[in-house]
Design a protein around this ligand. Structure first.
Ligand SMILES: Cc1ncc(COP(=O)(O)O)c(C=O)c1O
Length: 372
């Protein structure tokens, strides 16, 4: 028995098979597998959807971060403030570019970067703040924007998990990833808008940054064999752009599907006192890339995961170790919320294709674990 996976990619392909197959077969027919016309078409369509001036696609979300930071051209040794409870791509890219990540804690209810900690950690070498819109919910961009402005810092958004969600506060409205100076997203297959391999993109309203990012992603070339900058080979394959073009018109319905799953979890699991449910920040929408609950301690968390696994239901710990405690990036920082979250969080299956029957099965197994 296959059981219930975190996401059901095959079922999504089957839903859109006709349009995906037709898009992909035209790539086979025209044969422009690198930088074919679908890449530009997808960039234009995504820019329109997000309401941002420039979308520059590239090989994956990690490269998108690297290209964004390379385009910023910060002095080596500069510091960038990032959350410790997040994915590893940010510190990895910063260290590769000889920039220093300054890890700060997150809010224990929303999992998002703690604005007060950002303020406290600004120093003479700080050049940027890079919030991660974790699990699909946007960080407090209103506050971060103000802090960045007051301290002359750049704001670089990691929207790998939040594509298709919107931030809306008193003074700021916009698509996730398109509010700061530059933002990025990932089209990894399980993401809100996933391709069938790796893919990523950079978003900005700044023409100079966009042009620089575009050059960097393509060997720093201005034209073929003329290299103005040291760059990378990081381009979205035409085939992936074709798949994304077939899926983009459905992004809103994908997010809607995720929200519906989240609502059912919310209403059913709120009856179990041992579970803490994820909290919403009220500013804007949540794409529910993950539905992440908190348990009392790591033993309960691990036992619940084992119980679900014994019933063929997947769950995942995003993330088991905070970034400041990872061997590769380890620093001596006291970030108790991030440490505690790593011991207590558990993400449940969520995707637009998760059926009501499957979701009820998951909920019932969680209730049965807690004898309810
Ligand atoms: C928050 C975050 N940032 C960056 C990335 C990197 O994206 P990619 O896997 O496309 O390199 C991911 C991917 O999981 C992510 O979740």
């Amino acid at each position: 028995m296959k059981g219930i996976q975190m996401v059901n990619l095959v079922s999504q392909y089957n839903r859109f098979k006709t349009s995906i197959d037709s898009r992909v077969s035209s790539v086979f027919e025209h044969g422009k597998f690198v930088q074919g016309p679908e890449v530009k078409e997808f960039e234009n369509e995504l820019a329109k959807f997000l309401g941002v001036d420039y979308v520059v696609t590239c090989g994956n979300g990690t490269d998108a971060l690297q290209i964004a930071f390379m385009a910023m051209n910060f002095e080596p040794g500069s510091e960038v403030i990032i959350p410790s409870f997040a994915y590893a791509a940010l510190p990895e890219v910063l260290l590769l570019l000889n920039l220093n990540p300054v890890f700060v804690d997150v809010n224990e209810d929303t999992f998002l970067i703690d604005v007060e900690q950002v303020k406290k950690n600004i120093g003479p070498k700080t050049v940027a703040i890079a919030p991660v819109h974790l699990f699909g919910q946007n960080a407090n961009m209103e506050a971060l924007y103000r802090i960045a402005e007051e301290n002359n810092l750049k704001l670089i958004e990691d929207a790998a998990q939040s594509l298709g969600s919107w931030y809306c506060s008193e003074n700021i409205h916009g698509a996730s990833g398109c509010i700061g100076d530059i933002g990025i997203s990932s089209f990894f297959p399980s993401k809100n808008l996933g391709c069938f391999g790796d893919g990523g993109a950079i978003f900005t309203n700044d023409i100079e940054l966009a042009e620089k990012a575009r050059k960097i992603a393509n060997h720093g070339q201005t034209k073929k064999y003329h290299h103005e900058l040291v760059g990378l080979n990081s381009r979205l394959d035409t085939m992936q752009a074709a798949i994304l073009l077939a899926k983009l018109p459905h992004l809103e319905s994908f997010i809607h599907g995720r929200i519906e799953v989240a609502k059912r979890y919310q209403s059913e699991l709120s009856k179990i006192s041992s579970i803490k449910l994820p909290k919403r920040d009220t500013n804007g929408t949540h794409s529910y890339h993950q539905y992440t609950i908190k348990l009392e301690n790591s033993t309960v968390r691990d036992n619940l995961a084992a119980h679900l696994n014994s019933k063929n239901i997947s769950s995942m710990v995003y993330y088991p170790l905070p970034l400041h405690r990872q061997k590769a990036y380890s620093v001596d920082a006291d970030l108790p919320v991030s440490v505690n979250l790593c011991n207590t969080v558990l993400s449940l299956p969520i995707c637009p294709e998760l059926t009501t029957v499957e979701q009820i099965e998951i909920i019932n197994e969680i209730k049965s674990f807690f004898n309810q």
